[in-house]
Design a binder for this molecule. Structure first.
Ligand code: HEC
Length: 140
C-alpha cells in the first residue's frame, strides 16, 4: 500500500464520522413529530407555557413546525411586529389582536404565499388567549 491510496480512505472515514451528528439530529426530529410531544423547553411560565402545551397537542406543530420554524404554515417565531400581506393585497402588522383573529377565524383571510388556508379549530377563547401569549413569547 502506498501513501497516496491511504489518504483518500482516511478522508472517506472522516466524512462518515462527520455525518453521524446529522443522522442523530434527523432521528430526534422524526421522533418529536411522531409523538406530538413538545421537543423544545423554552422556559416559559403561566399563559405562555399553557399555550405551548396547546400548540403541541392541538396539531399546530404539524403545519408550523415543532420548533415553530414554519412548514406548511408560516413560521411563528419573531412573527409579532412583522407586516403580513394577504392574498387580497391588504396587509396588517402582527399583534395580539391579529394573532387572536388568525387562530379564531383562520378562514377569513389568507396570508400571501400560502396555497392553503389554515383549517378551523375547536379551541376556546381562553385557549386561544394562551396560544397568543405563547406566540408572543417566541421572539426571533
Ligand atoms: C393544516 C395546517 C395548519 C394547522 C394544523 C395549523 N395552521 Fe396555522 N396556518 C396554516 C397556514 C397555511 C397559514 C397561512 C395561510 C392562512 O393565512 O390561512 C396559517 C396561519 C397561521 C397564523 C397567522 C400567521 C401569519 O403569518 O399570518 C397563525 C398565528 C397560526 N396559523 C397559528 C396556528 C395555531 C396556533 C395552530 C394550532 C391551533 C395552527 N395554526 C394550526 C396552516 C396550519
Amino acid at each position: 500500500m502506498t501513501a497516496s491510496d491511504r489518504r483518500p480512505r482516511a478522508t472517506r472515514l472522516a466524512r462518515w464520522l462527520a455525518m453521524i451528528p446529522c443522522v442523530v439530529a434527523l432521528n430526534a426530529v422524526v421522533v418529536a413529530c411522531g409523538s406530538d410531544q413538545d421537543a423544545t423547553d423554552l422556559g416559559l411560565t403561566g399563559d405562555a407555557a399553557a399555550g405551548q402545551r396547546i400548540y403541541s397537542t392541538s396539531g399546530c406543530a404539524a403545519c408550523h413546525g415543532v420548533r415553530f420554524q414554519g412548514v406548511t404554515g408560516p413560521a411563528l417565531t419573531g412573527l409579532v411586529g412583522k407586516t403580513v400581506t394577504f392574498t387580497d393585497g391588504t396587509s396588517a402588522v402582527v399583534d395580539a389582536t391579529y394573532l387572536t383573529e388568525a387562530i379564531k377565524r383562520p378562514q377569513d383571510r389568507q396570508t400571501a404565499g400560502y396555497t392553503m388556508k389554515m383549517p378551523e379549530n375547536q379551541l376556546s377563547d381562553a385557549q386561544i388567549a394562551q396560544l397568543v401569549a405563547f406566540i408572543t413569547a417566541l421572539k426571533g
